[in-house]
Design a protein around this ligand. Structure first.
Ligand code: MN
Length: 261
């Protein structure tokens, strides 16, 4: 039976990871290693300056799971390095409670966990679900919808692995299951952040700052992850580690750009 590692960035106490783990039972031997707190938008840390701790707890559904004091990426690294015994065939991170579309993947702890898995040579998938206009469904239904996709896609990945160094970044719109129109394979689209600087004074008159502003939007271009979500589809983006602009590299190598003399 294949061994599946499940983690997330919303923390081990998030309901969504419990639903995800339950959906994968039977497809493989499921091990959960998740962070003890929420690491959303914490990116891809590698904790080297302090020790990492692991503990076991029991979820309300009776499953024994591992809690780790580090980031999602640390959870994956420790597990693959052998902290919980054995090796893994597939790593699944999620279900994140909001989309990871476009540039979000650079901030996302959910995606970072899947990326860490690629770095360590184990295939992976990141799963997120987010609200869309015109629909309001309960959390439980949103987790079930995403978990069902996770199971189908995980079965596919185990049977027909992707090329090395490739993960699936999966986003499921929060629509009723019957109103999800299927899936689309997509590229990362363009996120628009409405960040503004929020400055306040502490009780001693010294300023402190928040990155505030509006909820980010995106451009629903055809073929992009935003386009798929806007159209009512599950978005599946194949992502890799290589951020090189290969088309530009070729041009640069041919002398297409040079520094001023
Ligand atoms: Mn999160």
């Amino acid at each position: 039976m294949p061994k599946i590692l499940v983690t997330n960035d919303d923390g081990v106490y998030a309901d969504s990871i419990r639903v995800l783990a339950a959906a994968l039972d039977g497809l493989g031997d499921v091990t959960v290693v998740a962070p003890e707190r929420n690491w959303s938008a914490a990116g891809h840390p590698k904790t080297l300056h302090k020790p990492l701790r692991m503990a076991q707890i029991e979820w309300s559904d009776g499953r024994r799971v591992h809690v780790c004091s580090g980031a999602p990426s640390d959870c994956v690294a420790l597990a693959i390095l052998g902290a919980v015994g054995g090796t893994f065939d597939l790593v699944i991170s999620g279900i994140n409670d909001s989309f990871n579309l476009g540039c979000d993947v650079l901030y996302s702890g959910t995606v970072a966990a899947a990326m860490e898995s690629l770095v360590m040579g184990v295939p992976s998938m990141a799963l997120s679900t987010g609200a869309v206009e015109g629909y309001a469904i309960e959390d439980a239904e949103a987790w079930q919808n995403a978990a069902a996709y996770a199971r189908t896609l995980a079965a596919g990945l185990l049977e027909r692995p992707l090329p090395p160094q490739t993960l699936f970044n999966v986003n499921v719109p929060r629509r009723p299951a019957a109103e999800i129109l299927g899936h689309r394979f997509t590229c990362l689209g363009r996120r628009i952040y409405g960040d503004v600087l929020v400055t306040r004074d502490d009780p001693w008159g010294k300023p402190y700052y928040w990155i505030g502003g509006e909820v980010p939007t995106g451009i629903a271009e055809e073929g992009s992850d935003f386009g798929a979500i806007e159209g009512g589809y599950v978005s599946i983006s194949p992502l890799g580690i290589d951020l090189t602009r290969h088309e530009l590299l070729a041009e640069l190598a041919l002398g297409g750009w040079s520094a001023p003399e």
